[in-house]
Design a protein around this ligand. Structure first.
Ligand code: PEP
Ligand code: MN
Length: 259
């Protein structure tokens, strides 16, 4: 049986293809509101923005933390779109859940069973990214850790895995994403931003996700990528994002879906 997960006023796993868009990190009120308005106008159906970041380099920007909460409230209020943000430890769950509609488990935390178990006791939907080098069965076990606690609202996200190739940041396992969807019955999204690390590949990979029957995408968008505090190199501009959404519509219609 296929599961449909409600996220604010939208869904994942139903007929609508979910398009989550926004900056890698919330950086300031103006940055978030400008990007949120632009991606909403271009067709995004949910917003993203990191508040507590899991960065590989400890000297890099770690996120605004709780200072981002009022900014997120404003972006949600103004656009009417649900907001997805990453949770990196069990203590962050309650404060984050008061401000966001979906909690993301990042790739580096997919094996953090203490975090997964605590998320299982919540009612907030979870976006569970695949670990950097996780087998499909390990990814599905991680989902079971959450669901075993009672929280059935889990959405999987393929964000690329480590392989020998270094022309793309990671290697998107599209077949694995489709297989995870078939085996689990859960909605599966694709993150082509972290999956490729290259803005020019985001559109083609979104098209592939839609054609392969996945349930949506999560895309990093920044209106000044060169000045972004994290992941600017892989972020689309709002104009590029609008082009990607426009390119998705005919593919979705051909497969009996829409945004
Ligand atoms: C992110 O979404 O910005 C992020 C850190 O993703 P991942 O955990 O997939 O690297
Ligand atoms: Mn990022």
């Amino acid at each position: 049986m296929r599961r449909v997960v409600t996220i604010g006023q939208t869904t994942a796993g139903g007929p609508a293809f979910l398009v989550i868009a926004g900056p890698c990190s919330v950086e300031s009120r103006e940055q978030l509101l400008r990007i949120a308005r632009k991606v909403r106008d271009a067709g995004a159906t949910a917003l993203r923005g990191g508040i507590f970041k899991t960065r590989s380099d400890p000297r890099s920007f770690q996120g605004l933390g709780a200072d981002a909460f009022p900014l997120v409230d404003e972006a949600r209020g103004e656009t009417g779109l649900p907001f997805v943000a990453e949770v990196t430890s069990p203590e962050q769950i309650a404060p984050l859940a008061a401000h966001v509609d979906m909690l993301q488990v990042g790739s580096r935390n997919m094996h953090n069973t203490a975090l997964l178990k605590e998320l299982g006791r919540q009612r907030t939907p979870v976006l569970l990214k695949r670990g950097l080098a996780a087998l499909l069965k390990e990814w599905l076990f991680a989902a079971e850790y959450i669901m075993q606690g009672g929280n059935q609202d889990v959405v999987l996200c393929e964000r690329g895995i480590r392989t020998f190739g270094d022309d793309t940041r990671n290697t998107i396992d599209l077949a694995g994403a489709v297989l995870a969807r078939q085996r689990s019955g859960l909605p599966v999204l694709l993150d082509p931003s972290h999956g490729t690390g290259r803005p020019e590949l985001v559109g083609p990979m979104c098209a592939a996700a839609a054609a392969a029957g996945l349930d949506g995408v999560i895309i990093e968008v920044h209106d000044d990528p060169a000045a972004a505090l994290s992941d600017g190199f892989q972020s689309l501009t709002p104009g590029q994002f609008a082009g990607v959404v426009a390119g998705l519509r005919p593919i979705l219609r051909a497969t009996g879906r829409d945004l």
